[in-house]
Ligand binder design. Structure first.
Ligand code: IPM
Ligand code: MN
Length: 354
């Protein structure tokens, strides 16, 4: 195959972790006889500095003309500490998700055997935990209108909005994944308080009879937050709205031992995008210490989801497993004093793919 990949390194540690994923993709293509071409685009604070726009038209064009998008991270403390800033890097990510129609964000959570002892949770709780969170990505409170400030500046408001069609589209994926896995679907909402959540429940109840083999469960988000930590093995497929999914998946990363381990795939209408769930980690930018595994695993998801090249994806996963087992890992998951630089972890993995 000839693979056309848009590469958007973004901010902070983005460029250095992306570089490691590119090494892994190159090694995989070489091994399986695929050719690959990369087109780089700017996004986030980097794009604001260059063009004034966090998601420039040129970047959008590059994404639309590619088979898949590999994305690093977005965010810059210069903007976080300045609530008055008119343009923010994160707007670039949201606009990109919306314009590319990426309505579903798939965040699989599973543990590495050799890392379970790094989890702050007891080993017997986390060992074998394996679920996927399907987060709705282009609706809800992230995008609902009206959003803003009153004229006198004394009131601010966000709106959580969902249409039935949006709910159906994401929950259909939930049912389909449940059928491919252990037939268990947990719908996370706040139906005791929110009208949007009640529409979610109503919609899922209407859909459920078409999937008789799937065991559907409804859980309030506060309860789900507790259950994730108390009994992570309870879950198989979680489907939830945008903001609940954002929060719960950062929480879920604790199960695996590091936020630096969780990849994600965003799929939808025009293309698909692959990114680590972590942010731009500005304190580590340029220091060659950030964990590249989440991004490399996102590249594995790219082979599986975007190109349907399962063996290629599996060979990246195997190489990642090998690096974890061999202790060729960055400081966040290393045993005392045994941390390797980002670039060496990337080199080890690329070499093991080949
Ligand atoms: C994520 C991030 C983003 C989100 C931010 C950077 C806008 O936290 O991808 O989870 O909230 O969706
Ligand atoms: Mn997040």
């Amino acid at each position: 195959m000839d693979l056309k990949i848009a590469v958007l390194p973004g901010d902070g540690i983005g460029p250095e972790i992306i570089e490691q994923a590119i090494k892994a993709i190159d090694a995989t293509c070489k091994k399986y006889g695929h050719t690959v071409g990369y087109t780089y685009g700017s996004v986030g604070a980097t794009a604001i500095d260059k063009t004034g726009n966090p998601y420039p038209e040129e970047t959008h064009r590059i994404c639309m003309q590619s088979d898949a998008v590999l994305f690093g991270a977005i965010g810059d403390p210069r903007f976080d500490n300045n609530p008055q800033a008119k343009v923010r890097p994160e707007q670039g990510l949201l606009e990109m998700r919306k314009k590319l129609g990426l309505y579903a964000n798939l965040r699989p959570v599973s543990t590495f055997k050799s890392l379970v002892h790094r989890s702050p949770l007891r080993q017997e709780l986390v060992e074998g935990a394996d679920f996927i969170c399907i987060r709705e990505l282009t609706g809800g409170i992230y995008f609902g209108q009206p959003q803003g400030r009153s004229e006198d500046g004394q009131t601010a408001f966000d709106s959580c909005v969902y249409t039935k069609a949006e709910i159906k589209r994401i929950c259909r994926l939930g049912f389909e994944y449940a059928m491919k896995r252990r037939n268990k679907l947990t719908v996370v909402d706040k139906a005791n308080v929110l009208a949007t959540s009640r529409l979610w429940r109503e919609t899922v109840q209407e859909m459920a009879p078409a999937y008789p083999q799937v065991n559907v469960e409804y859980m309030f988000v506060d309860n789900a937050a507790m259950k994730l930590i108390q009994q992570p093995k309870h879950f198989d497929v979680i489907v939830t709205e945008n903001m609940f999914g954002d929060i719960l998946t950062d929480e879920a990363s604790v199960i695996t031992g590091s936020l630096g381990l969780l990849p994600s795939a965003s799929i939808g209408i025009h293309t698909s995008l692959f990114e680590p769930i972590h942010g731009s980690y500005p304190q580590a930018a340029g220091k060659n210490v950030a964990n590249p595994l989440a991004t490399i695993l996102s590249a594995a998801m790219m082979f599986e989801y975007a190109f349907n090249l399962k063996a290629a994806g599996a060979s990246i996963r195997q190489a990642v497993d090998r690096s974890v087992e061999a202790g060729i890992v960055t400081e966040d998951i290393a045993e005392d004093g045994q941390a390797y630089p980002t670039s060496e972890v990337g080199d080890f993995i690329a070499k093991n793919i080949g």
